[in-house]
Design a protein around this ligand. Structure first.
Ligand code: SF4
Length: 704
């Protein structure tokens, strides 16, 4: 790479908004970063995290630069060569598969992986290792939305584009705080409201967040009561005649059952359960019913629940009964937390999915993908999903795990189970950029990966927009792009079909597989992405401009092309509060940190915002426990405890407490890991854990 000044286009690698970034490289190591003025997503804007992203690439204080492995459990990690590491990994995987079967191994990857990497690891595991044990941290954030879309619309397809924000006049934002977690998207919404003051924003959240500052109505419900609220709003819409009868009749199934279900509960009963007023429910329904363009937005507050799929469906139903889908300024819009969670979904990057929206349960679909990969077959049974994978490791049913670009020791619910599982595993491979994550210490083999800016590839943002990421700098030491590591391992295993010479070759193979599917991108080459910029799928041929909005013909991906208004059986009940643990713990993000802080935690500017973990507690609950603002408190339940300082605030409902989810043990906050406490019960359909509802008690911490 030359030392001359050069400008590169790339995409922010934090949230799923997918902002365009320009990097100017001046000399070998000096990087300047700015928002891409021409990018349709952010038009030059960046949030605090995005504008400091290059520091994470330049800080090499904790970079893993060479492969390391232990001779045996308990021995120190020692530097080794790539060849030795790959031969050893292949030997271990072959032995375990021979002795215990292919399900004794698994891969746990990340919504930060590029599409090429995600595609390859799925090909490796499902096509060649003979197991479907490949899951991802997207299981923790988007799997309930995936299942909701599939049930209601026939496929996992986000119908709208960001440009619909500027065309809508009513927004229902549920279980999301985009002002902090999707800031640039939210700035577009704020700007739209500033220009169009009649635009209504309804926020549904148990906490008063920064997003509420722009809201016309904040429905501060009790955690877990979302479905009751959405059904009550649905009832009001029906009562007021604010439904689209023509759309319901011609393009949906299930309305009569829906009407029967929502009429079972009075508004008064619903209001009492949600702990909001009847008038507030009526006002929300009135805003929605009178709107011309209505967008529902949601994130973890709905997805991270043992009722996550049903909550998604209940919200989607509000779009379907009002006919607000497939037209400008209208539609359901799940907010993706990770930069390429969407790309991962496209390539089938979960234990129950198959590439390009094909169905793992369908024998023909499995054979089509197997034929494409030139393998005999793909197994029918879904693999182990995130929480089940770690349970299987703990119980000795799974022996080896390969973890790519994620830090489950901090991010998984019931984190102590994860620590136990990783300690108990026969073989743990951690492939990452950092040698110091909480998970890395369990590794039997540590493999140095190239970071953002050090590799080439593509990502898809929340609105199906595919972008190309340029390589700007060389990886340090012997670090390699994740795709190259996967290819080297596959070749060490003796598998064919992994002799790619570039990321572009992998992408081209994947594009070929998409041909004829609903996510066809066979018309979108690297050359075109580099020349034209970002494009939204599907992109059917090289002249097709991409697709900003889906379902404009009101034909859905279901067998009869009608959207399904669904009322499902209840999911798993959330963990009940009790006299021992009477408070509901909910967890979430703060503005300037991202995930487990392995990147944002290294940036001084970002650490200044909220430097330490804390517990939000209502004054009534604090007074009952003799806790003052700033006091050290211990939050506990039968899974573990957390010790932080209390923030006493009326921003949270009585009976509810909040902990940020970012801190782990290695950040000098031994007692701040929120997931010591979270419940690992999962939604029965999406298998997503219910991070937002765990029973706890809080006491003032007295030093022993
Ligand atoms: Fe990056 Fe998301 Fe911020 Fe955009 S909004 S700069 S994608 S973190």
């Amino acid at each position: 790479m030359s030392d001359l000044k050069q400008t590169y286009k790339t995409t922010c690698s934090y949230c799923g908004v997918g902002c365009g970034i320009e990097i100017t490289r001046n000399g070998r190591d000096r990087l300047n970063l700015s928002g891409d003025q021409c990018h349709p997503v952010n038009k030059g804007m960046l949030c605090s995290k995005g504008m400091n992203l290059h520091y994470t690439a330049m800080d090499r204080s904790d970079r893993l630069m060479y492969p390391h492995m232990r001779g045996n459990k308990g021995y120190p990690l020692e530097k080794t060569t790539w060849d030795t590491a790959m031969q050893r990994a292949a030997r271990v995987f072959k032995t375990l598969i021979d002795r215990h079967g292919p399900d004794s191994v698994g891969f746990y990857v990340s919504g930060q992986c590029l599409t090429e990497e995600y595609y390859l690891v799925n090909k490796l595991v499902k096509g060649f290792l003979g197991t479907n044990n490949i899951d991802t941290n997207s299981r923790l954030c988007m799997s309930s939305a995936v299942a909701g879309y599939k049930q209601a619309l026939g496929e996992d397809s986000v119908p709208i584009a960001y440009e619909d924000i500027e065309l809508a006049d009513c927004f229902l934002i549920a279980g999301a705080n985009p002002a902090w977690c999707h800031p640039i998207l939210f700035r577009r919404l704020e700007a739209h409201k500033a220009k169009n003051p009649d635009t209504k924003i309804i926020v549904v959240d148990p906490r008063v967040t920064d997003t509420c500052q722009s809201a016309d109505l904040h429905l501060q419900i009790m955690p877990g009561t979302d479905m009751v609220l959405f059904h009550a709003i649905g009832r009001c819409l029906i009562d007021n005649g604010h439904i689209d009868e023509e759309f319901i009749l011609n393009h949906t199934d299930g309305f009569n059952l829906y009407r029967k279900e929502v009429m079972k509960m009075t508004l008064k009963e619903a209001a009492a359960i949600c702990r909001v007023s009847v008038d507030e429910i009526k006002l929300a329904a009135n805003y929605i019913g009178r709107s011309k363009g209505f967008i529902t937005m949601w994130a973890m507050g709905l997805n991270q629940s043992t009722q996550g799929v049903n909550k998604n469906l209940a919200l989607l139903n509000l779009n379907l009964i009002t006919g607000h889908i497939g037209k400008p300024g209208s539609g359901p819009f799940s907010l993706t937390g990770q930069p390429n969670a969407m790309g991962g979904r496209e390539v089938g990057g979960m234990a129950n999915l198959l590439a390009v929206h094909k169905d793992l349960a369908n024998p023909q679909h499995r054979q089509e993908v197997a034929d494409f990969w030139k393998v005999d077959k793909i197994r029918e049974e879904p693999g182990l999903t995130a929480t089940k994978m770690f349970e299987a490791l703990r119980d000795g049913k799974m022996k080896a795990i390969w973890i790519i670009c994620t830090n489950p020791s901090v991010s998984m619910p019931n984190a102590r189970l994860v620590d136990e599982a990783l300690s108990n595993a026969s073989f743990v491979v951690v492939q990452d950029i950092s040698e110091r994550s909480d998970t890395a210490k369990y590794a039997d083999m540590l493999l140095p990966a190239a970071s953002w800016l050090e590799k080439e590839g593509t990502m898809t943002n929340s609105e199906r927009r595919i972008s190309h990421l340029s390589q700007v700098i060389e990886p340090p030491g012997e670090a390699l792009p994740d795709s190259e590591i996967i290819c080297r391992f596959a070749q060490a295993m003796g598998f064919h079909g992994f002799d790619f010479k570039s990321a572009e070759e992998i992408y081209s193979e994947y594009c070929e597989l998409t041909k004829g599917s609903s996510i066809d991108i066979s018309g979108l080459s690297y050359e075109r992405l580099k020349k034209e910029g970002t494009v939204q799928w599907p992109v059917y041929d090289s002249n097709h401009a991409g697709t900003s909005r889906l379902f404009t013909d009101h034909k859905f991906y279901t067998p009869n092309q009608r959207a399904q208004i669904k009322i499902n059986a209840p999911g798993v009940a959330a963990e009940p509060v009790s006299s021992d643990y009477p408070l509901i713990l909910t967890t979430g993000r703060i503005r300037d940190q991202w995930h487990t802080m392995t990147k944002t935690g290294k940036v001084n500017k970002l650490n200044k915002h909220l430097p330490n973990p804390f517990l939000e507690l209502h004054p009534v609950d604090a007074a009952a426990r003799g806790i003052g603002d700033g006091d050290p408190v211990v939050i506990s339940n039968h899974r573990g405890e957390v010790r932080v300082n209390a923030v006493i605030t009326t921003n949270i409902k009585p009976g509810v407490v909040f902990l940020p989810m970012h801190w782990g043990k290695l950040l000098g906050q031994d007692f701040g890991r929120a997931n010591n406490l979270t419940d690992d019960s999962i939604d029965p359909v999406s298998k997503q854990p219910g991070f937002k509802f765990s029973a706890v008690e809080v006491k003032k911490y007295e030093k022993p």
